[in-house]
Design a protein. Structure first.
Length: 582
């Protein structure tokens, strides 16, 4: 029998209401994120970070805008072109690349696209968290509050544009949902509709995996959850559900690497790029204290001092900055762990709702893998490529805020509406003030001065050279992942490419292939360098003075003698350029 027309109308109204609530949550996440970053104080065409990995990500975005995708870049690696199959910086993230290409329809400026993409990660993360929390039956107000806190975790700001893809962690709530589903023995492949939904979740996780981190974490946690639930129920059903999820995510992740597999079949693998060691899983693990202590530069002086004191006891690592949960999520995390411990001494008694218990078990599993000396060491012994297990903190943060939301739902339901609303507002306010800091705002003036100086300098070079001209860059720095050279950090030589249009740059040839003619050219001096650079087809020599102990005085003196004219120098004095032709 068809449903009564009134029932159908009620369903439609409910869907529209839910869509409106989701849109409100996303808008609030964007609003509060913008209040912390304050983008109106800067310029959208200046990146929020102009250093290290941020330069690599911006160059990758520019490569996508200029050349269509991320597997090769004809503007880098001159006189050849950069073949990035050994090191696809956007690998495992075709969904994010499609978003970048969409933004490129409105602007061809890589800085604008990167900044807009980063700003949109706030509503994207908040929306994903809201949808999952609502699916787990949290009330609308509580789901919105917890989603805002999740989208504005310190992890989001400290990763920033330096770890752009990690900042786009909207796949994490989806992975957490699959973990909880396996722990709850929920059928994930029963029926066409459910199976398609599970496949869609797996696809988003595999195609927005932050260089395979979020997909790998989901696989590990789902596998561990399936084993535990299977043993507890003495059933194969959780293993079948979990195994299906693992198989789909793994297959889709391998599919994103298919071009690299084809390239390696023809050219061999490259042991000089991206290969990790087992010990790195210890180096990039996290500590429990780092999760629950205050953030660096906390608004309250005594808390900031407590954090500084703790950090002074140990060497600074990635986890030191990025893993704090903030007071609300930290309390939720401690509550989940407390339940797990109490449950151990009370076998046979259910001390909390099943979902709360499963969230606690999931958080404990994530901690056991990510902790220094944890289970990740054994995973790394088999596959060391996933080394930064401290990044599991963002999974822990979701489980912790789910625990907070479940408690808040109980409290709000018991109290009067006004009291419940005040409680939610108080939790949200305290949480946001505690887990954000004025230090998260980019240094807009300094960034603009540096970026504009380089931009004007490269524009001057471009005005002197024909379209398609090749520029030889010094000092010679291997790509990718090179150690600092004097005052230069990794990917500083991308600065020339970021500001150019039509020029070709020598930097960007993949190390380990042993076919880069620029290695020998970089060792030459004065007249020999000029002669052989011209013979190789280069039209100019670009020098980053920060890469030399003497700020390139000796090198530039030799080139002045060989060429008979002084170099073009950037406004800030860092970069110089010698024209070889014309």
């Amino acid at each position: 029998m068809p449903a009564p027309s009134g029932a159908g109308e009620a369903v439609r109204l409910k869907r529209w209401s839910e869509a409106g609530n989701a849109a409100l949550c996303a808008a609030l996440c964007f609003f509060f994120g913008a209040l912390v970053i304050r983008p109106w104080r800067g310029s959208l065409d200046v990146p929020y970070l102009y250093l290290g990995d941020a330069n690599l990500y911006q160059a990758s975005i520019k490569g996508v805008l200029d050349h269509g995708w991320y597997w090769h870049n004809a503007s880098l690696g001159a006189p050849g072109q950069a073949q990035l199959f050994d090191f696809p910086s956007l690998g495992g993230d075709p969904l994010n690349v499609l978003a970048i290409k969409f933004l490129g329809l409105f602007s061809s400026d890589s800085a604008v696209v990167m900044n807009v993409f980063f700003l949109l990660t706030f509503p994207a993360v908040g929306l994903a968290a809201y949808l999952v929390l609502r699916r787990l039956m949290l009330s609308v107000p509580v789901a919105i509050a917890c989603s805002i806190l999740y989208a504005l975790l310190p992890y989001h700001f400290t990763r920033g544009e330096g770890h752009l893809l990690l900042s786009a962690y909207y796949a994490v709530p989806l992975g957490a949902y699959l973990v909880l589903s396996v722990l709850g023995d929920r059928a994930l492949f029963a029926g066409r509709r459910v199976a398609l939904g599970t496949f869609a979740l797996c696809a988003v996780i595999a195609f927005a995996s932050a260089s395979y981190y979020y997909s790998a974490f989901t696989v590990v946690l789902v596998a561990a959850a399936a084993v535990l639930r299977g043993l507890a129920l003495r059933s194969w059903r959780p293993l079948v559900n979990g195994g299906g999820v693992v198989a789909v995510i793994a297959a889709l992740s391998l599919f994103t690497l298919l071009p690299s597999f084809v390239y390696w079949a023809s050219h061999g693998t490259n042991p000089g790029v991206g290969h990790r060691s087992t010990f790195e899983s210890e180096l990039y693990a996290l500590k429990f204290a780092q999760l629950v202590l205050p953030i660096e530069g906390h608004r309250i002086g005594k808390l900031a001092h407590a954090r500084e004191t703790y950090d002074s006891w140990f060497p600074r690592t990635e986890a030191s900055i990025t893993t704090p949960l903030g007071i609300v999520a930290a309390l939720g995390f401690v509550g989940l762990l407390g339940l797990c411990l109490v449950q151990l001494v009370s076998p046979g008694r259910r001390l909390a709702p099943a979902l709360y218990g499963n969230a606690g078990l999931a958080a404990l599993l994530a901690l056991l893998f990510a902790w220094v000396g944890g289970l990740a060491v054994f995973v790394a012994a088999l596959e060391p490529q996933i080394r930064s297990w401290n990044r599991l903190s963002i999974f822990i943060g979701f489980f912790a805020l789910l625990g907070v939301g479940l408690v808040l739902d109980v409290l709000v339901a018991r109290w009067r509406p006004l009291v419940g609303a005040l409680l939610l507002c108080g939790v949200l306010t305290v949480g946001l003030l505690d887990q954000t800091s004025s230090s998260y705002e980019p240094h807009y003036d300094a960034l603009a001065a540096d970026y504009r100086s380089d931009g004007d300098f490269v524009s001057d070079i471009q005005a002197r050279l024909p379209d398609g001209a090749m520029v030889f860059q010094l000092p010679y720095i291997r790509f990718p992942e090179a150690p600092p050279a004097q005052g230069m950090v990794d990917y500083d030589l991308m600065r020339g490419y970021l500001h150019s249009d039509g020029l070709r740059w020598s930097y960007g040839h993949i190390k380990g292939r042993n076919d880069d003619p620029n290695v020998a050219l970089a060792d030459e001096k004065g007249p020999g360098l000029v002669r052989d650079a011209k013979a190789a087809g280069f039209d100019g020599i670009y020098i980053d003075r920060f890469g030399y102990a003497d700020k390139a005085e000796a090198l530039e003196s030799e080139l002045v003698d060989a060429l008979g004219h002084p170099p073009l120098v950037s406004r800030n004095g860092r970069l110089s350029f010698f024209q070889l032709t014309g």
